[in-house]
Design a binder for this molecule. Structure first.
Ligand SMILES: Nc1nc2c(ncn2[C@@H]2O[C@H](COP(=O)(O)OP(=O)(O)OP(=O)(O)O)[C@@H](O)[C@H]2O)c(=O)[nH]1
Ligand SMILES: [Zn+2]
Length: 368
């Protein structure tokens, strides 16, 4: 796998001990570890979590992105260990820019980074990001389904909370399906949050998603959020959903001082939130983080392959070995071995129907 050189490589391979240190080749022994909580036009707001403990795992390269190869294997996903979830009680917020060696490395909300320079966090100070830890998950989308360029949105999140209103706006299963594909693809555990349960019945959507075995919770203004908080506590959770489904309302209930926390981030970047594309991580009072993302209309999946999606269905994937070459496994195709597997009782028809819905969502067959 290709890997970009990081600054450690540069130092080791240069091999000239007497070489004077320059601004480009600093000694990063004193780097501090931080988590990126907001990104705004080249400015990174970082939450300092302590000293960089070990150099292993810190690099400036992007070669081994999870999801693209290994990360989403073996679905359904296991709940991740909560170790490494930054605690809200530690650390200052520091503004930073990417160091030169990271110019071609993506850094997004949730990335763990190494900072040098002015890490005081005092107004006007600016630190430099000189390393980015390997990611264990990446939520990514493409601009549209024909766009092969993946754009990471959030790194290292454990859970994708797909927020879907039961009414106003009416639920769009197509968008839920696409979010599910992105979660399975990126190594996040999806959960479905059906909001505005005071307005409509949740039974049809629950029935639709039952075969996938994912947690489903409903929320409404007149009931507490204990079901949702139990699933989110101590995890890094991305909230995602169509505009108007009630995401901000939920974030404000999950993080009672959300407005204040967002204000603190804005004060650090000094720029204000860039609403069209910015994600922001906010610490939850009970531990863990909620990453709020702007409402979307669609979710491009141009870079997700059939094989990567199939890994989310370990019960069905083996049967596809008998498919004709290039089989898309969509319904109505002659020779798709998944139909035979259902006929033989080796596969659950409801699971196959769900897989095919996601495959169709991925390939753009669904207009959502
Ligand atoms: N009836 C009902 N209305 C709700 C509920 N949650 C939110 N709303 C209303 O739905 C509207 C949209 O809520 P927001 O929280 O702004 O939605 P959003 O998903 O953050 O929207 P964007 O900011 O566009 O992404 C507001 O008028 C809320 O008051 C709910 O559980 N029930
Ligand atoms: Zn097939």
């Amino acid at each position: 796998m290709p890997r970009e050189l990081d600054e450690d490589d540069v130092r080791v391979r240069a091999g000239r001990g007497s070489r004077p240190r320059t601004r480009e080749r600093p000694d990063h022994a004193d780097a501090v570890a931080a988590t990126v909580v907001a990104v705004d036009r080249g400015r990174y707001t970082c939450h300092v979590v302590g000293k960089v403990a070990a150099k292993a795992g810190w690099n400036a390269g992007t070669g081994a992105e999870p999801g693209a190869g290994s990360g989403a294997a073996g679905r359904p996903p296991r709940p991740p260990a909560s170790t490494g979830v930054p605690s809200a009680s530690t650390g200052a917020l520091v503004a930073a820019v990417r160091g030169g060696s990271l110019r071609r490395t993506s850094v997004v909300v949730g990335d763990e980074v190494a900072l040098v320079g002015d890490v005081s966090g005092t107004p006007g100070s600016l630190a430099r990001i000189v390393g980015r830890a390997e990611r264990h998950s990446v939520l990514r989308r493409t601009a549209d389904d024909t766009d092969p360029v993946e754009r990471p949105i959030v790194a290292n999140a454990d859970r994708l909370v797909i927020v879907c209103a039961l009414a106003d706006p009416p639920p769009r299963a197509g968008l839920i399906d696409r979010c599910l594909v992105a979660a399975y693809d990126g190594g996040l555990e999806p959960l479905l949050c059906l909001s505005k349960a005071d307005l409509a019945d949740d039974a049809p959507l629950r029935a639709l998603y039952a075969p996938l075995g994912l947690p489903v919770v409903t929320t409404r203004p007149d009931a507490d959020l204990s079901g949702l908080t139990a699933l989110m506590a101590a995890h890094v959770c991305v909230m995602f959903g169509h505009s108007g489904v009630g995401k901000s309302t939920l974030v404000n209930r999950l993080v009672p001082d959300a407005a204040q926390a967002i204000g603190a981030v804005n004060a650090v970047t000094g720029r204000g939130r860039h609403t069209s594309s910015a994600a922001i991580a906010l610490p939850m009072p009970g531990g863990g983080w909620v990453v709020d993302t702007p409402g979307v209309r669609s979710f491009g999946l141009g870079a997700v392959s059939t094989d990567r999606l199939l890994r989310a269905f370990p019960d069905l994937a083996p049967a596809t070995a008998a498919c004709p070459g290039g089989c898309t496994h969509l319904a109505g195709l002659a020779g798709c071995a998944l139909d035979q597997a259902v006929e033989d009782g080796r596969a659950d028809p409801a699971r196959l129907a769900s897989l095919r819905r996601l495959l169709a969502a991925r390939s753009g067959a669904d207009p959502s």
